[in-house]
Every structure is written in structure tokens, then in C-alpha cells.
Design a binder for this molecule. Structure first.
Ligand code: AHM
Ligand code: MG
Length: 332
């Protein structure tokens, strides 16, 4: 078997074929380095006594785990000194963080440790990143500079820290999956040109929220659950890891639909997941792999963001299924 292409070699080639500048290559290499470090920290967390919660909460009001902060620090230390990142926004920071003294070309938005409720029980978690251009001529970085639609992303992806550590990467020219070598730490291209299967019979949703779902989602799931004897005429399977990165990696691999829809549990929240560093980067990857990403009423990537930590309804995965759920929303 020939040796798979390394992330470094892939980036060198992509720099030419996709006209990616040196600064963006550096950003992605440093994201890879941070993911490697976080993967190591997770492996040693129980032994190092860094499982469990802190006493602080993040901007979304969620209690931060010790490892949420370890992961956040890993990204800031990897990206800050590069000089090519002007600012960082993160689920674990109150507001955007202007990198001191940097006049870089790029902004990075992060969920440093997605699925962190799964950390202490040894279930897969991950990191999500979205890369935007820093608006030129902006005198001093402001929060507004980060509020760009998902279509403006120049690169996005995520890592999953599971049985293997994988890095999924997209520059808008398809989706590549790398696996971290457990000894060398090198990322190697093991899943080139990932495509989501169009036809699928697997759904992912937290059914404990069922009583708060709105009618289009109630209808879609009821039809899946009815199986062969229902209107879909075939049986469906259900999976819910509770880490979006792991659920989405599964649907990139074998198809399916993932939903965290808007519900009536808390009318002030338009969904649970955050637009800028969860839905946009994952939606970009899913679309580039041939799938679709919708709020139910429109394409996630076209939303005009209003706040860095805003929440959004998420329905994404195999195109046929996402379009069906959207048609149920349109039908009212
Ligand atoms: P987090 O970024 O604080 O971990 O929250 C996001 C996670 C997603 O990974 C996952 O799909 C969802 O929250 C699970 O929510 P729930 O516990 O309501 O099922
Ligand atoms: Mg998250």
C-alpha cells in the first residue's frame, strides 16, 4: 500500500491548484497542530486530573469544562503568534479576541471542544473551525468584522477525537479527510474527496425534545419512525452521539440527516447550536460534500449574522432528506 499524502504535502499542492496563499496554509497547519495537542490532552485527561467542570460559564451560559479551556488555550497559542491571524472568536470567549499586534489577513472562529458534555464519559468530541478574511482597511478589529455570512468562509473543517483522531478540511473545492498517525502525529489523507450518499435511511435528532418540536419536524420524524408501513415505505435507523462533529462525520461517511431544529422549549432561542462556529463551518463542509444545510426555511450559509454567539436551527446531511424537511416547513 502506498503511503497516504500528508497534510503538509496536500497543502503544498492545494496552494498551487486552489491558489491558497501562504498565510492561509500557515493558519491551517497551526489548526492541525492545535488539534494534535488537544488529542494528546484528551488521551491524558483522566491521568492528568483535568476532567470535570470549572466554576465558570461561557457566553452562551454553559458551564465550561476544564478541557474546554485547555482546548481554547491550545488554539490561541497555536494561532496567536503566527502574525497572520488578526482575530479569534470562540465559544469559550465572551467576545472576539483581537490578536495583539497582529495585522493578519484572517479571522478564525472556533468551537474548541464540541460535544464537551461527552468528555467525562469517554465518548468522541471534536473541534470546529471557520476561517474568514479580515476585512481590509478595518482600523482596529471590531466584532462586526466577524459577522460575515457562511458563504464568505475561505476554509472550514473539524476534528473528531474518537477511536482515531481525524481532521476534515475544506477550502471550497471538495472535502478531504485526514487521519492522525498515532505515533508521529502527522495527519495523512485517508478519505479524499468525501461525498455524502444521496439516498439514506438514518436520522439523528435528540428525541427527548420531541414534545417541543414544531409540526414539520414532528411530521418528518413520525414518517421515518413509521418505517416500511408508513409513507416512506422503508425502515429508518436512528443515531444520536450528542457531539455534532461525530454525528456529522458519520453522515459524511454513510449518509443521513442531522437535526437540531428550532423548538418551543425556550422561545427566546432559535435553536441550540451556534451559527458562526458550529452551523456555518459544518454546513460549508456538508454542502461541499454534496449535501445540504438548512434552517428549514433557507440555506444556513446565506444567513446574515447579527452576533458572534447567535444560535440557529440546523438541518443538514443528505440532500434529498434535507430538501424533504424544508418542503414540510414550506407547507406550513
Ligand atoms: P457544545 O459545543 O457546548 O458541546 O454544544 C453543542 C453540542 C453538539 O455537539 C451536539 O449536537 C449537541 O450539543 C447536543 O445537545 P443535547 O445535549 O441537547 O443533545
Ligand atoms: Mg459545540
Amino acid at each position: 500500500m502506498s503511503q497516504p499524502v500528508s497534510l503538509t504535502a496536500y497543502l503544498t499542492e492545494a496552494a498551487v491548484s486552489h491558489r491558497i496563499d501562504e498565510a492561509l496554509v500557515t493558519v491551517v497547519q497551526q489548526i492541525g497542530a492545535a488539534c494534535r495537542e488537544i488529542s494528546g490532552a484528551l488521551n491524558h485527561a483522566a491521568l492528568a486530573g483535568i476532567l470535570g467542570a470549572t466554576e465558570s460559564a461561557n457566553a452562551s451560559g454553559e458551564t465550561q469544562k476544564k478541557l474546554d479551556l485547555v482546548a481554547n488555550d491550545a488554539f490561541i497559542h497555536a494561532l496567536g503568534p503566527t502574525g497572520v491571524v488578526a482575530g479569534i472568536a470562540s465559544e469559550e470567549l465572551d467576545g472576539p479576541y483581537p490578536v495583539p499586534g497582529a495585522s493578519g489577513d484572517y479571522l478564525v472562529l472556533l468551537d474548541p471542544l464540541d460535544g464537551s458534555s461527552n468528555i467525562d464519559v469517554n465518548i468522541s468530541v471534536g473541534s470546529i473551525f471557520s476561517i474568514l478574511r479580515a476585512p481590509r482597511g478595518a482600523a482596529g478589529l471590531s466584532d462586526a468584522d466577524f459577522l460575515q455570512a457562511g458563504t464568505a468562509q475561505v476554509c472550514a473543517g473539524f476534528a473528531v477525537y474518537g477511536p482515531a483522531t481525524v481532521l476534515v478540511l475544506c477550502f471550497g473545492h471538495g472535502v478531504q479527510g485526514f487521519t492522525m498517525h498515532p505515533i508521529s502525529g502527522e495527519f495523512l489523507l485517508t478519505q479524499p474527496d468525501i461525498r455524502i450518499p444521496e439516498h439514506t435511511s438514518e436520522f439523528a435528532i435528540n428525541t427527548s425534545n420531541q414534545r417541543w418540536w414544531q409540526p414539520p419536524v414532528q411530521r418528518y420524524i413520525a414518517e421515518c419512525v413509521a418505517g416500511k408501513s408508513g409513507p416512506r415505505g422503508r425502515d429508518f435507523n436512528m443515531r444520536w452521539v450528542g457531539s455534532m462533529v461525530a454525528d456529522v462525520y458519520r453522515l459524511l461517511t454513510r449518509g443521513g440527516i442531522f437535526m437540531y431544529p428550532r423548538d418551543t422549549k425556550d422561545a427566546t432561542k432559535p435553536g441550540k447550536l451556534r451559527l458562526m462556529y458550529e452551523a456555518n463551518p459544518i454546513g460549508y463542509v456538508v454542502e461541499q460534500a454534496g449535501g445540504a444545510a438548512s434552517t428549514g426555511y433557507g440555506r444556513i450559509l446565506e444567513l446574515a449574522p447579527e452576533q458572534v454567539h447567535q444560535r440557529v436551527a440546523v438541518i443538514m446531511g443528505s440532500r434529498e432528506e434535507v430538501e424533504r424537511v424544508a418542503s414540510y416547513h414550506a407547507a406550513g
